[in-house]
Design a protein around this ligand. Structure first.
Ligand SMILES: [Zn+2]
Ligand SMILES: [Zn+2]
Length: 246
């Protein structure tokens, strides 16, 4: 889809319809809005209509990996500020409703990014924060990841860098395997620079196979993109995307 929009004329036409503001503010779409379809901006070009926030993502980051969706951190469907967008699954959409975020954020105190944000609501027997959504009980740190970061890749777990189970600060969380969990408990100093293990390398290749961009995988593992490149061992996907201008 990205190819359709990447020529200069399209890019110009697109940004003309954006109310570009400060980097942290919402950039509202000035063109048509699909009011019945969730309030998303609509960008029409050459007889083809696309959701404006998806086009914004594609212009900046490239193709949207299969099976993932472009979601809003800001809950403003007409916003096309790329820093307000993230990739997630359908599951996230249900859970990223304003009401869920509001309810979620009432149960802890948001401090600075270095401090633990301890869950003040119910806890599981294991000590993790718990929240009920649509009649089901979810681990609060997993919901935090889904709300603020994105999808949890299949077979992986949301783990704590800070070793504090009730903490829901997304910058203290990372996605990894159970092996990581056990290994980290032994190896951990306060905030280690994560090196990828042999086991991670297998996971990384699997994630590269799904078409996820290396920089997203780096985010998932909490390591640098060059670590992903080394662990990926010259994966074809990596070679294709490493030179993306971002
Ligand atoms: Zn926004
Ligand atoms: Zn923490």
């Amino acid at each position: 889809m990205a190819k359709r929009f990447t020529d200069e004329e399209c890019v110009k036409a697109f940004w003309k319809k954006v109310d570009k503001r400060g980097p942290d503010e919402c950039w509202n779409w000035l063109g048509a809005i699909n009011r019945k379809g969730g309030g998303y901006g609509q960008f029409g070009v050459r007889g083809f209509i696309a959701k404006a926030h998806r086009v914004s993502w594609e212009l900046l980051y490239g193709d949207i990996p299969k099976g993932l969706m472009v979601l809003h951190k800001c809950n403003n469907p007409s916003c096309v500020n790329p820093s307000h967008l993230y990739l997630g699954s359908r599951f996230d959409i249900r859970r990223s409703r304003v009401s869920v975020i509001k309810r979620f954020e009432k149960k802890f105190t948001k401090l600075d990014s270095e401090s633990c944000w301890e869950w003040e609501g119910a806890r599981s027997n294991g000590g993790y924060g718990m929240i009920g959504i649509e009649g089901k009980s979810f681990a609060a740190h997993r919901v935090s990841w889904l709300l603020y970061v994105g999808a949890i890749p299949e077979g992986l777990f949301v783990l704590h860098k800070c070793d504090n189970k009730p903490c829901v600060n997304p910058s203290h969380l990372y996605v990894g395997s159970r092996c990581d969990n056990a290994r980290d408990a032994v190896e951990r100093t306060k905030f280690p620079i994560r090196r990828t293990s042999k086991y991670d390398a297998v996971q990384i290749r699997k994630l590269l196979d799904t078409g996820l961009e290396p920089w997203i995988i780096a985010k998932i593992f909490g390591c640098s993109e060059s670590t992903i490149s080394r662990a990926g061992g010259g994966h074809s996907r990596y070679r294709r995307t490493v030179n993306l201008n971002r």
